[in-house]
Design a protein around this ligand. Structure first.
Ligand code: UTP
Length: 302
């Protein structure tokens, strides 16, 4: 099997309950960091890594996501008539080649492993990437591109990894790794959301994967695991015991967990400060907000 990776799966069928009530009608992936939805960051990262086929696993209530990657003729005409050329350019970022995007429904929310399995017919018999858009990674070389470079050499299955605080291990898939060569480490074991006392390390799987179709086969017969969900971690772990071809990749970059309110706010600050046109005013506001002992009352939720 060739080590070329051209397909990426974006599992976006979750409820996003940590962002209710917003996510009652707005998919989490459409929440913006400054002015670009989370999904745009994920798509840009995939494109930079050479991905040409984008497979979204969606669910009911996610039509805003499909619309986001569609053309918007009335809006474009209005911008053209108003000679708003730079906004037209901005809109172009959302253009996708005809036929490059596919949507598949996960009818029942049965876990990340199940969501990826739902895309099996579109993936076919080749290695594929999985990107969780709520993990936003700010990096000089985009994370998936770093992984694909390394993947070309070693193949098999690869997961992105980073150290997390020991007390947080039960929120992640946690790795047991053996020898490391540069940024890659051979994985000896992995366990989803372990208790702190049972965790083999504090090295966590982050939402970027390159997987072989064999993982999809493992998912065929997968039973619910941690949290009553069909876990992708368990299906990948099956490859460790059968063929020992799972590697962890320690990426260079800063990861924001935009699936949590705190991580999302941190990302908003970081990406806001990175914008030349916002930086000075925003920094001034942040400094004064930090200096003020009492939180600004008007910003409190009622
Ligand atoms: P999360 O565990 O963050 O769940 O899923 P969630 O529903 O998005 O958010 P909360 O926990 O309710 O706030 C991790 C990723 O897996 C996808 C989600 O869309 C998210 O990208 N997922 C999860 C599915 O596509 N299907 C599932 O059944 C579960």
């Amino acid at each position: 099997m060739s080590n070329r990776v051209t397909k990426a799966v974006f599992p976006v069928a979750g409820f996003g309950t940590r962002f209710l009530p917003a996510t009652k009608s707005v998919p989490k992936e459409i929440l913006p960091l400054v002015d670009r939805p989370l999904i745009q960051y994920a798509i840009d990262e995939a494109r930079a890594a050479g991905i040409t086929e984008f497979i979204f696993v969606t669910s009911r209530g996610k039509s805003a996501l499909e619309d986001y990657f569609d053309s918007a003729p009335e809006l474009e005409t209005a911008l053209q008539e108003g000679k708003k050329h730079s906004l037209i350019e901005t809109l172009r970022q959302t253009d996708m080649d005809s036929g490059a995007v596919a949507y598949i429904r996960q009818q029942e929310r049965r876990g990340l492993g199940h969501a990826v399995w739902c895309a099996r017919r579109l993936i076919g018999d080749e290695p594929f990437a999985v990107i969780l858009p709520d993990d936003v990674i700010d990096a000089e070389t985009p994370c998936l591109e770093q992984m694909i470079e390394s993947y070309r050499e070693i193949g098999g299955n690869m997961v992105a990894a980073m150290e997390v605080a020991r007390e947080n291990v039960s929120s992640y898939g946690i790795l047991d790794v053996a020898d490391s060569v540069g940024s890659t480490m051979r994985v000896r074991g992995m366990v989803e959301k372990p208790k702190v006392e049972n965790a083999p390390s504090n090295l966590a799987v982050i939402g970027r994967y390159i997987l072989t179709p064999k993982v999809l086969e493992n998912l065929d017969s997968m039973k619910a695991g941690a949290g009553g969900e069909i876990q992708l971690t368990d299906a990948i772990a099956g490859e460790i015991s059968s063929s020992q071809n799972v590697h962890a990749f320690r990426f260079k970059g800063r990861r924001f967990d935009c699936g949590t309110k705190s991580g999302y706010l941190q990302a908003t600050v970081a990406f806001g400060l990175a914008r030349d046109e916002l930086r000075d005013e925003f920094l001034e506001f942040l400094r004064s907000a930090v200096d003020t002992e009492v939180p600004i009352p008007a910003a409190r939720a009622v």
